[in-house]
Design a protein around this ligand. Structure first.
Ligand code: HEM
Length: 496
């Protein structure tokens, strides 16, 4: 048998120097003291001291897998080109590599994956035109509809700044003063709030986006990922058992399924609406606390995603991967959704802090290798290589009569919505905070409704009476029996 020691590559420092002794520091005699010129030891320890980067302020715990998206070439029954010129959707069978990060929201990077919490469902499409990120969740709506409230909703859900415990009283203090959260709470406290694992859940873009076709015409769009593994959820009791044994059961489930060759799949569907205010609806199409009724705005399949490759390094591909709602490609656009614009600022802002100003040079975040990156951006911490500057390394500006980069084709038809109006701080007109929450309650099977009421009663039972009363009032507005059942569970009357 060959000696494995003989075939191992030689251990080196990051300077490329061979390491002859990795067991002992350099010391004066065998008992020390240690010397400071011990480069190998200092490099090893000081790199270890810096092994972590700041964890994400939300969605800190997550797990990445890679795979591909295969387009149908159609959006429902029509050619994809009817609605979008985005290349990745145009032809049947066109494949685009993807990286997906599933996550929980509130806990830290080593926290339990069996908690009641939305799950992040972020997809990076590595398209011919550069990257497109679809940064979604497993629930179709959100707690708030204006980005200015995001730090508040997250602070209420995160641990108390003094006791460092997640406190129901803080959560429901905020929610009871935020009626638009009732729809999201009705999803979150139902069984859907604890997916059994990352494979058996759907995904939703949540915010409203636009698709733009070659003629420069836009439509409003919502994205849905439909799990081909079905939907499975956990009750509190089941989750408690799993969590008692393993904090990372969902990452393990995904990793092992891919290792076994059981590749999970999701079908991407879109709902489409003409790009206007839709006064006939009792909600605003740009309000992310609302779903679009599927009987009116049908789900139209556009392709299927398969995850078939695990990461080779959790830090490089999970901690450093950076998604953002501003990362769009030609043919896919923003809408005026007031959450979306705030999200678009926030993601790249936090990533410049969390990963560093050159985070887009990292292989996991850079566009595909065959997609040129030609910029005049240079320098900054950890600058890794220089982008294509058009052949003359002296010209890092534009315009230049000597060399350098030129602008892309000017015939490019940017979507140009017409906007006029008074600048103000004002809520949207059609808020309708309760109707869809009530509808959701009524369409749940009886056991899910019972579970929802039980879960709310459990947490509200730990809240101050005035907060309980406010929540019961809101839930009663959603559906009389919803409010009454939670009130009964708390031993309060509905008129409270
Ligand atoms: C205005 C509202 C929001 C703001 C300001 C916001 C901000 C953030 C920030 C700062 C991060 C950390 C990013 C990082 O460190 O790389 C994050 C992560 C994330 N957010 Fe949001 N968020 C908002 C709403 C939403 C909504 C509505 C969704 C769901 C559709 C969502 C889904 C996600 C996901 C999936 C991640 C994790 C991405 C990853 O896996 O790296 N967020 N968000």
């Amino acid at each position: 048998m060959s000696d494995p020691e003989a075939t191992k590559p030689t251990l080196t420092t990051r300077q490329g120097h061979p390491v002859h002794n990795n067991q002992q520091q350099r010391t004066v005699g065998p008992r020390g003291p240690a010397t400071l010129e011990n480069y190998h030891f200092l490099e090893k320890i000081s790199h270890f001291d810096r092994e972590r980067i700041p964890e994400r302020v939300v969605h800190a715990r997550g797990f990445v897998a890679h795979g591909e998206f295969e387009a149908y070439g159609t959006i429902g029954d029509e050619p994809a080109a009817t609605y979008t010129r985005a290349k990745l959707f145009q032809s049947k069978g066109k494949k685009t590599p993807v990286s997906v990060r599933f996550s929980t929201v509130i806990g830290g990077r080593d926290s339990s994956e069996a908690t009641r919490d939305p799950r992040g469902f972020a997809v990076k499409f590595r398209t011919d035109d550069g990257n497109w990120d679809l940064v979604g969740n497993n629930l179709p709506v959100f707690f708030i509809r204006d980005a200015i409230k995001f730090p508040d909703v997250i602070h209420s859900l995160k641990p108390d700044p003094v006791t460092f415990r997640q406190e129901p009283n803080r959560i429901f203090d905020f929610m009871s003063n935020t009626p638009e959260s009732m729809h999201m709470l009705s999803w979150l406290f139902s069984p859907r709030g604890i997916p059994a694992n990352y494979r058996t859940q759907d995904g939703f873009g949540v915010n409203t986006y636009r698709m733009v076709n070659a003629a420069g015409e836009g439509v409003l769009v919502k994205y849905h990922w439909k799990s081909q593994q079905g939907i499975e959820s956990l009750t509190e009791e089941q989750a408690a058992v799993i969590q008692g044994q393993d904090l990372g059961h969902a990452s393990k489930d995904l990793y092992e399924a891919i290792e076994r060759g059981e590749y999970p799949k999701w079908e991407l569907n879109v709902q489409i609406m003409s790009d206007d205010e839709h006064p006939e609806l009792d909600f605003d199409p740009l309000d992310d606390t609302k779903t679009w009724p599927e009987d009116v705005f049908s789900l139209r399949p556009v392709g299927v995603m398969t995850l078939n490759r695990n990461v080779t390094d959790h830090h490089n591909e999970n901690e450093q991967i950076a998604f953002g709602t501003g990362v769009l490609v030609d043919g896919l656009d923003f809408s005026d959704d007031k959450m979306l614009v705030g999200r678009t600022f926030s993601y790249s802002d936090t990533q410049r802090y969390r990963v560093g100003s050159n985070y887009l040079q990292l292989p996991v975040n850079a566009p595909r290798e065959d997609v040129p990156v030609s910029t005049n951006q240079s320098g900054g911490q950890m600058s890794y290589g220089v982008d294509n500057r058009g052949g003359n390394p002296h010209i890092n500006f534009e315009p230049s009569s000597v060399a350098g980069l030129g602008q892309a084709d000017e015939s490019y038809r940017e979507y140009r919505p017409y906007v006029s109006g008074q600048i103000m701080r004002a809520p949207i007109e059609r808020q309708n905070d309760y109707a869809q929450a009530g509808e959701r309650f009524r369409t749940m099977p009886q056991w899910e409704r019972d579970d929802l009421v039980k879960n709310l009663v459990n947490l509200l039972g730990q809240c101050d009476k005035h907060i309980q009363e406010k929540m019961i009032w809101h839930l009663g507005q959603c559906d009389e029996s919803y409010g009454r059942r939670v009130a009964e569970g708390l031993g309060l009357s509905v008129s409270a």
